[in-house]
Design a protein around this ligand. Structure first.
Ligand SMILES: [Zn+2]
Ligand SMILES: [Zn+2]
Length: 439
């Protein structure tokens, strides 16, 4: 079986399948060095091969018609200088023969604390087929014509008119439809159903936040909601000090939180709020909190929140060191990808087989993060983790009480990838879980 077959069978969206399906690639533009890292699918959208690409924005822009170059540069400049967090652009790429290919860019601008733009990450997508299809369907609906009458061919978008409209600052009508469809297709990575059997077996959630860090609700509200959902326990995992944007807890505040949780547990029995942390995995793989304090906690989730684009070798070392740390119990959202919403982010690159083998050896569970914009790890990697014999934690990473219901999304993916129920640590009692984390 070829690699591509495997990707297709697993339902995973790999580069080859993605391109065949909707021609989508990703890019990461480092504004300090001025280079744009574009993946293979992304280069194909621009009609470039890896050999023909030198990492320079100018090489990509050169693929556009001159008036389009000016327009695209204007959009990017305005977004970067104007303090925007994202931008979208839709433009044609002329072909040597035939009609131009339409390309959609959706990008997120990452800024330093002082507001200066540092990186732009995003997706590029060849939308030619959709543009003509959408236009044909709209026309067909208007005229009552049906598919197969040649409407599609006749209604190829009139390029000049579209460009004029775009230059006038008006968004062509079908592009608005396209935007909505793009949003939809990004969301559709999540399963529509399934996971009920595993969900019914879960007794708790190992990853949730309160307003002590970047959550929107109090510990009380999160705990009460978890209990109301039928959980026997939940683990409070607010962020660690280094994640200042998320108001990560200092050692002192975390100690304070432990006392608060202890008091709440007296009221809440038999429901138990277990103590925990979502601890940043630092660049060298060490954990961002005092070891004695981590040791006191019931459960430690370790996650990467910085330098997600470090090279695969370094990232493998970083993750491996972290998961082999006896203080760490769960590897949170391992690829860091964001697949929906205004922010998109490609997967971090690392040797997944190696990292999951280390998880299995050191009894560190691989998290199945249920957040709809994360759904991390992707199915391809989730199957690798199953093959490695790792434990799993199906978590919501909830930042508000309503998000505690998202666990069903992770359960559906777990079932789809044949995660054995007995390997899911959320099916255990609180006592069994804390015995396991302390062993
Ligand atoms: Zn996180
Ligand atoms: Zn989190």
């Amino acid at each position: 079986m070829t690699d591509d077959d495997r990707l297709t069978r697993s339902g995973e969206i790999g580069p080859a399948e993605r391109l065949a399906m909707n021609r989508t690639g990703s890019f990461d533009w480092d504004l300090d060095t001025g280079t744009i890292d574009v993946d293979e699918s992304g280069l194909l959208v621009f009609g470039l091969t890896q050999d023909a690409y030198d990492g320079s924005p100018a090489t990509l822009v050169a693929r556009l018609a001159p008036e389009e170059r000016t327009r695209l540069k204007g959009i990017v400049r305005e977004a970067v200088k104007g303090g925007s967090v994202s931008y979208n652009a839709h433009f044609p790429i002329p072909q040597a023969e035939g009609a131009p290919h339409w390309t959609h860019v959706q990008a997120r601008i990452l800024r330093k604390p002082d507001g200066r733009a540092q990186r732009i990450v995003g997706v590029v997508r060849d939308t030619t087929a959709e543009v003509s299809h959408t236009a044909a369907c709209r026309r067909a609906r208007r005229t009552g014509a049906t598919e197969g009458t040649g409407v599609r061919e006749r209604d190829r978008p009139k390029t000049a008119a579209v460009v004029r409209e775009a230059l006038d600052g008006r968004v062509p009508e079908y592009l608005a439809v396209l935007e909505a469809e793009l949003e939809e297709s990004l969301r559709s990575d999540g399963p529509a159903s399934g996971g009920e059997a595993l969900r019914a077996a879960l007794r708790g959630d190992c990853h949730l936040h309160s307003d002590w860090s970047d959550g929107g609700a109090t510990i009380e509200d999160m705990g009460r909601t978890a209990a109301a959902l039928g959980h026997d326990w939940a683990v409070l995992t607010d962020h660690s000090p280094r994640l200042t944007v998320a108001r990560g807890l200092s050692a002192e505040r975390l100690r304070e939180q432990l006392d608060v949780v202890a008091r709440l547990n007296e009221e809440w029995a038999p429901f138990r709020m277990l103590t925990g942390i979502e601890c940043d995995i630092l660049d060298d793989g060490s954990l961002d909190q005092e070891p004695e304090l981590l040791d006191r906690l019931d459960l430690v989730v370790g996650s990467v929140h910085s330098k997600l684009r470090m090279d695969a070798k370094a990232m493998t070392r970083r993750l491996e060191r972290a998961v082999r740390n006896p203080l760490m119990d769960v590897l949170g959202h391992c690829t860091g990808r964001l697949v929906a919403g205004g922010r998109l982010r490609p997967e971090s690159e690392f040797d997944a087989e190696r990292v999951f083998a280390a998880c299995a050896e050191s009894d560190t569970a691989v998290e199945i993060n249920s957040r709809p914009e994360r759904l991390d790890p992707p199915r391809r990697l989730l199957r690798l983790a199953v093959a490695a014999g790792a434990y799993f934690a199906v978590d919501t990473d909830a930042h508000a009480p309503g998000q505690l219901e998202w666990q069903i999304l992770g359960c559906a993916r777990a079932e789809e990838c044949e995660v054995p129920e007995e390997r899911v640590i959320n099916t255990w009692s609180a006592d069994r879980l804390s015995r396991w984390t302390r062993s």
